[in-house]
Structures are given as structure tokens and as C-alpha cells.
Design a protein around this ligand. Structure first.
Ligand code: DON
Length: 333
């Protein structure tokens, strides 16, 4: 009996299940319809290659922990993953060196500052931010195991591919474009080197980080990647274990506090789930024990989060009963 109780407690990482697939799809279609004509936000152009994206592209996908994927709109259109790579590379590093070592070296607190902040490093007494802003993400990339740059890059590419359940490839145009305009990230990497807060060569690490941001994914991929974090580290489509359960718990905790940068509090207030945005318009949201949601729509708000992605995710978290903080009184009858 006691054994059964423990087994059940272990399984119930979040209460309840996703609604049945038809309901999920109906709600996704409704959200897509509701927000497809929203014109707020601006397509990012500080990485020149990103400015070619159409502001009209809009896709949503949800993958449940049983492995079923539902998708609407431009859910199969590929785009560079950008900052949505950060939690997954952090997960690979946690798996490689342990969650406590990763926390000690990278930090785990929200900065309250924009994603590319330099002052956030300066303000932190430990000169460690968190793995989801550029400074912490570059430091995270420097901890990926490998004998040289090529091995570290392949560990990231193949690791993120295992999260997605298919072989991901780099968008060369985006990589070249960001390599020519990433002086700020290179500066951050050298600043970290001055504080011994980057753990490999700063120039080489910024290059690997830039490649990682240029990997091509779709909203469908992001849903599967998110579902892998929701499923205790096992990809529910391929059945492959990608990272450990403890890693997922810690990655989701950091996502909740810092995934949406200085808007993380508003995001948690509205959505009640860990999520991560990227500057090309991708967004992943994780409902632990239930599934992952991927959205794609290039126009961004001032904090760099996809406008339609935020609106659709907020509605779907509510409509599908995903908010982690929602509860009802215990049945005392
Ligand atoms: O490092 C950069 O600036 C980009 N490769 C990624 C930034 C990003 O996606 C911020 N997200 N909202």
C-alpha cells in the first residue's frame, strides 16, 4: 500500500491531464482565429536576417505527454530557435554536471533586466545571472562538455535534436548574420571572463552560442521539446530519455522566474506556467505532467516576447486548465 502511495505521488507531478485531443484542437483553432489579425508588435531587426520574416506568420502546436501532437496555422514553418534554445542547453549542462553545480556556476535568480543586459552582471554580487538571459546563457554554453569547439557544438545540436525528436540543422544565413552583429554578446562574454564566470574561451563560446541560436525549429518542434521537459525528461514522441527528472524540475523552476525576462512576473500572473520566448517569434510553454506548447509569430513586444504567442498561450493555459497555481477547495464531504 505504502509502495503504491509513493508510486502515485511520484507520478502526479502535476494534477490532472490535458483535455482530449479534439478539445485541445478546437481551443487552439479558436485562439488562432482570435489573434491572427492582431497587428501589435514589431519583427526583430537587430539581427539583420530576422527582419525578412512575415509579420503574418502564426502557428500553434501542443504535444501531450502521451505523444500526440495537434497543430494549427504555420506550425511547421521553420525559424531560428534563438533564446528558446537556452533552457534546453541549460538542461543538457545540468544533466552533465549536476543541478547544484550548474546553479553555483550560473545563478538562478531573475535579473529584472532586459535579455541582453550588461548591468545585470555588474549588479549581481556573484556576477552570475541566470541561464536564460544572454550573459548566463553564454556561460551555460561554455559548460557544455566536449574536447573542443566542434565537439561542444555537436553536443548541443544533437542534444536539442533529441529534445525535438528529429535532426535539427543550422540556418547558415541567420548564423552569418548574427555573427556579424553580435558584438554585444562578445562583450558580455569577455566581461564574464574578467570575473571568471565563463568556463571556456569567450570568443569560441560566443560562436557556439550563436550557432545554437541559429538552429532551425518549428512550433511543432517546440511543442515536443516542451513536452519532453513536461514528461520528466523523456521525449513522449520518440520514447528516448533526454535528461533526468531532477533536471526538468530545476529547469522549469528557473524558467518560471526568468523565462520572459523583465516580464516574467506578468507572464506568471497571466499564464501560470514556465515558458521561454525567442527573438525570432518562437515561444515554448510547459505544463508539467501534461504537455508542451509551441507558438510562432514574429512580431514582438518591447521585452522581446511574441505578441500573438503571449495572447494565444494565455488563453490556452486558461481554456485547457493548465495554470499551475489554480486550485479548488478540497472535497471535505
Ligand atoms: O543573443 C541574442 O541576442 C539572440 N541570439 C537571442 C536573443 C533572444 O532570442 C531574446 N529573446 N527574446
Amino acid at each position: 500500500m505504502e509502495g503504491d502511495g509513493l508510486a502515485n505521488r511520484r507520478r502526479l507531478v502535476s494534477t490532472g491531464d490535458l483535455p482530449v485531443g479534439d478539445v485541445v484542437e478546437e481551443q487552439m483553432r479558436a485562439a488562432h482565429e482570435r489573434y491572427r489579425d492582431v497587428t501589435d508588435g514589431r519583427v526583430a531587426d537587430y539581427i539583420p536576417a530576422l527582419s525578412c520574416a512575415s509579420p503574418d506568420w502564426f502557428g500553434i502546436a501542443i504535444c501531450g505527454v502521451a505523444g500526440a501532437v495537434r497543430a494549427v496555422g504555420d506550425a511547421d514553418r521553420e525559424f531560428s530557435i534563438q533564446s528558446v534554445s537556452k533552457p534546453f542547453v541549460f538542461a543538457l549542462v545540468c544533466d552533465a554536471i549536476g543541478v547544484e553545480e550548474a546553479r553555483a556556476r550560473l545563478g538562478a535568480n531573475g535579473t529584472g533586466q532586459p535579455f541582453d543586459s550588461v548591468i545585470a552582471v555588474e549588479l549581481d554580487p556573484d556576477k552570475a545571472t541566470n541561464p536564460l538571459v544572454n550573459a548566463g546563457a553564454v556561460a551555460t554554453t561554455s559548460l557544455v562538455p566536449g574536447a573542443d569547439v566542434d565537439e561542444r557544438w555537436e553536443a548541443i545540436r544533437s542534444g536539442l535534436s533529441r529534445f525535438a525528436g528529429r535532426e535539427l540543422v543550422i540556418d547558415d544565413e541567420v548564423y552569418r548574420s548574427e555573427s556579424g552583429s553580435n558584438q554585444r554578446n562578445r562583450g558580455i562574454a569577455h566581461l564574464l571572463a574578467g570575473y571568471d564566470r565563463i568556463y571556456a574561451d569567450p570568443e569560441e563560446t560566443t560562436d557556439v552560442y550563436t550557432r545554437q541560436c541559429s538552429l532551425l525549429v518549428s512550433a511543432r518542434d517546440l511543442a515536443v521539446m516542451g513536452a519532453t521537459l513536461a514528461d520528466g525528461g523523456v521525449n513522449p514522441v520518440t520514447g528516448e530519455r533526454v535528461v533526468g527528472e531532477d533536471v526538468c524540475t530545476k529547469v522549469l523552476a528557473v524558467l518560471a522566474t526568468a523565462g520572459m525576462y523583465e516580464r516574467s512576473g506578468d507572464w506568471l500572473f497571466d499564464v501560470g506556467l514556465p515558458g521561454k520566448s525567442g527573438v525570432s517569434g518562437g515561444m515554448v510553454t510547459i505544463s508539467p505532467g501534461k504537455g508542451g506548447m509551441g507558438t510562432f509569430s514574429p512580431p514582438l513586444d518591447e521585452a522581446g516576447n511574441s505578441v500573438r504567442g503571449r495572447l494565444a498561450t494565455t488563453d490556452l493555459a486558461h481554456a485547457l486548465g493548465l495554470n499551475l497555481f489554480a486550485s479548488a477547495p478540497a472535497d471535505t464531504g
